[in-house]
Design a binder for this molecule. Structure first.
Ligand code: MG
Length: 317
């Protein structure tokens, strides 16, 4: 299932892509309950299949099968053209797709998780995952502009396979780690290298979490549709030039190891976003360096997930 957060007529809702349409899952489920004779069908749908991604993930074990029922119902709707169908089904081109989750409790990122990227930055291959964070205020969706802050002259691109957490857990055993994963998406870990590397203290976060520095999307592809997340081609193209090209089989710490490592430090919660790190080819390691500039367009593609495209603009402020 390809879950999306979409905007239609000013409202932001959870949907699933199906046959050129976005199905409003909450409305579809409400319609299903109505056909079963439930009197307060919309109120029950709001409780049982929330219309936002975080609420949906909070109820993952129940909401996913309900979403499948809503999708099955929606398959019979096209052509009926009635008001119910119009509330449930929207042509893809009629909606604005936003980041799949807008308000995660945490955004966790791994640094130096591909060998060729560690080598190009003259860093040692890490013995444990390197963790840092972004804030939800950095999230933007497909086609929204990445804003280059006037204070940085070294804004760089990083393509990353990213997963979302479906269940709350601490000290998660490796054998169960993937049970805690809802699915996969793309994050662009936009990075101001001057802030990341040359500010006091040697910490990375300030260079990583400027507003608009976490483009996310286009969809959350649920785990069942990507049986193995460690065999996916991943590329980053800037203004037509292919600058990163790798495969997730090269991750130093694969996803189960990341879940185990994070959860021995802190509780993972539904909706948490975890970006797995970027392969080699980043801009600052190039000779000469290739930083993002006003007018660039960045497209990150991951096999089975799709393409995340964002234009780049100077921040006017
Ligand atoms: Mg990164």
């Amino acid at each position: 299932m390809r879950l999306v957060t979409f905007e239609f007529q000013g409202r932001t809702r959870l949907g699933a892509e199906q046959e050129g349409h976005v199905v409003d899952l909450n409305r579809g489920y409400a319609l299903l309950l109505a056909t079963r004779g439930v009197a307060d069908f919309q109120a029950q749908a709001d409780r049982e299949l929330p219309a936002d991604m975080r609420g949906f993930l909070d109820l993952w074990d129940q909401s996913l099968p309900r979403a499948k029922e809503a999708l099955a119902l929606a398959r019979g709707l096209p052509g009926t053209g009635g008001p119910l169908a119009q509330a449930v089904l929207h042509p893809l081109q009629a909606v604005r797709v936003r980041a799949p989750i807008l308000n995660p409790r945490k955004i966790i990122c791994l640094g130096l998780n591909y060998r060729d990227h560690a080598q190009e930055t003259n860093a040692a291959i890490p013995s444990d995952p390197i963790l840092f964070s972004k804030y939800p205020t950095a999230i933007i969706g497909p086609e929204e502009p990445i804003l280059l802050p006037g204070v940085s002259k070294e804004v760089d691109y990083e393509a990353e396979l990213t997963f979302l957490i479906a269940r709350r857990g601490r000290h998660i055993p490796k054998a169960q780690a993937l049970d805690y994963v809802a699915g996969y998406t793309i994050m662009h870990d936009v990075s101001a290298r001057d802030y990341q590397m040359r500010k006091p203290g040697g910490q990375w976060m300030s260079g990583k979490t400027f507003d608009t520095f976490a483009p996310l999307g286009p969809a959350l592809v649920t785990k069942e549709d990507i049986p193995d997340p460690h065999v996916l081609d991943i590329t980053c193209t800037v203004s037509g030039e292919r600058l990163q090209s790798s495969n997730t089989k090269h991750l130093i710490f694969p996803i189960p190891d990341i879940v185990v490592y994070c959860s021995h430090i802190f509780t993972l919660e539904p909706g948490d976003v975890i970006a797995t790190g970027t392969p080699g080819g980043v801009g600052f390691a190039r000779k000469p360096p290739r930083f993002l500039k006003d007018g660039d367009v960045v497209v990150i593609e991951i096999q089975g997930i799709g393409a995340l495209r964002n234009p780049v603009r100077n921040d006017a402020r």
